[in-house]
Write a protein that binds this ligand. Structure first.
Ligand code: SAJ
Length: 428
């Protein structure tokens, strides 16, 4: 068990807020810190500013018991967990400015003996950068007690929870803890054991950083393989879904599912951090990113071809904007780029966008005279060309008769007869 009684969580987003809430409901005194006053106010009212199953119950409970409060300025605390964004820049290198801003908030509060954990998905050596940055602001402190300077402990503990299952996976997933020193790793392990029932695996900071990036790159490479197969199969005139279903009967083959490209804020981003760290050596990882990033363009070309073959102004139904099935999260979704490109390229087309989980078009599509947010049924009634971009359950329920006489481009394989649903489910 841990001796740490107070934790400040910097960044109350999709990861920081669940982590703050679960620590607080397990008896730790938690202060959540965020630059956004609206987020801070919402949390102090016991509310959650985004959708994540079961999170509201935890936040409301922790706030009402007095174990969780939020503020815009970093307080003194025995431990700090940094869970801020690490976006990439145009050249695909990581932008560490949010981590540095968190460090500037933490540094003046330190006395020595504290534990600082970086949770944000980060490029290799980001934890060391955070430590160096803080110690440059506080030369009276140290990593190892050299010259009798009080020690601050630094560790990396990447999150690996799946959006939509965060409150379950926070508790049940195994966790990797990497310390700059062995003592830092031990302290971090003890803190996470307050709520984590999975195995907590201890390593050094850089290995922990790479482990997170490698997990998401593994998935990216495997999705790229499926996406490449879908393009090859189309050229050969065969059905990629049947091909994958058959190949997956081999006991040591488990190919993932092709789609319109890879979305979300993790898998389409993290592999670039490895490429940036080792540009010459990351050939496969880079190519996988390029294969997945090229898939939306291929889908646009297929839909344009079908639309132009009609010989009249086409009505196109684009089914799904979310980055994956049955969620409302549109971040980095390839579907949005595909819909926008279709609206740009097919000036005489009417584009009926269907996304049952949102009630307004995102910025990239709003305000265009040829784009309408439409319900599934009416879009399918009106469309000549139907492109499936997301495998939402609502779309899977559409009957074959509804589609009769229409051109269908099904990037998720939801409507092919005899698709092996067990194989599809195993890939999710
Ligand atoms: N996708 C396919 N084909 C597949 C599987 C997924 O095209 O067979 C697409 C999805 O449609 C989506 C994208 O890939 O556009 C990513 O979806 P996902 O379900 O694979 O992953 P995320 O981004 O929701 O969450 C991932 C998870 N990482 C791994 O599974 C290795 C999660 O555990 C991480 O915590 C999360 O990234 C993160 O925060 O890094």
């Amino acid at each position: 068990m841990t001796n740490i009684k107070s934790v400040a969580v910097i960044g109350l987003g999709y990861i920081g807020l669940p982590t703050a809430a679960i620590l607080a409901t397990n008896g730790i005194e938690v202060v959540g810190v965020d630059v956004n006053q609206n987020t801070v106010d919402a949390v102090n009212r016991g509310e959650v500013p985004f959708v994540e199953p079961d999170l509201s119950v935890h936040v409301a409970g922790a706030v009402s018991q007095g174990h969780l409060r939020a503020t815009t300025s970093t307080p003194a605390s025995e431990a700090y967990i940094v869970a801020v964004p690490t976006p990439f820049r145009a050249d695909h290198t990581a932008d560490l400015s949010y981590i540095e801003a968190a460090a500037r908030g933490i540094a003046p509060q330190l006395k020595g003996g504290e534990l600082v954990i970086l949770e944000s998905t980060s490029p290799p050596r980001a934890t060391r950068h955070l430590a160096d940055y803080i110690l440059a602001l506080r030369p009276d402190l140290s990593l190892d007690g050299a010259g009798d300077a009080p020690v601050v402990h630094f560790a990396h503990c990447p999150e690996r929870v799946l959006p939509g299952r965060v409150m379950i996976e926070l508790v049940t997933n195994d966790r990797i803890v990497g310390g700059i020193t062995a003592e830092a790793a031990r302290l971090a392990k003890d803190l996470y054991s307050v709520f984590c029932q999975g195995e907590i695996l201890v390593t050094d900071d850089v290995t922990a950083e790479m482990a997170k990036l490698v997990e998401n790159s593994y998935r990216d490479v495997n999705i790229a393989f499926a996406n490449e197969l879908s393009v090859i199969s189309d050229n050969l005139g065969i059905d990629v879904w049947e091909l994958i279903r058959l190949a997956n009967h081999h006991p040591r083959v488990n190919i993932l599912q092709p789609g319109p490209g890879v979305g979300g804020h993790c898998i389409a981003v993290d592999p670039w951090f490895i490429v940036a760290a080792a540009p010459e050596e990351s050939r496969l990882i880079r190519t996988a990113r390029e294969v997945n990033d090229a898939k939306p363009e291929w889908v646009v070309a297929k839909v344009s071809e079908a639309a132009q073959a009609l010989g009249r102004p086409p009505v196109i139904a684009a089914l799904g904007l979310a980055f994956k099935a049955n969620i409302d999260d549109l971040r980095e979704s390839p579907s949005i780029g595909i819909a926008a490109a279709l609206a740009d390229q097919l000036a005489d087309a009417t584009l009926l966008v269907v996304e049952p989980h949102v009630n307004a078009l995102p910025k990239a599509l709003a305000g265009r005279s040829n784009v309408e947010l439409t319900a599934t049924e009416s879009a399918l009634e009106r469309a000549d060309v139907v492109v499936v971009l997301v495998d939402h359950d609502e779309f899977k329920a559409v009957s074959a008769e509804t589609l009769a006489g229409k051109s269908v481009i099904d990037t998720r394989g939801i409507w092919r007869a005899g698709v092996d649903q067990a194989v599809a489910a195993a890939a999710v």
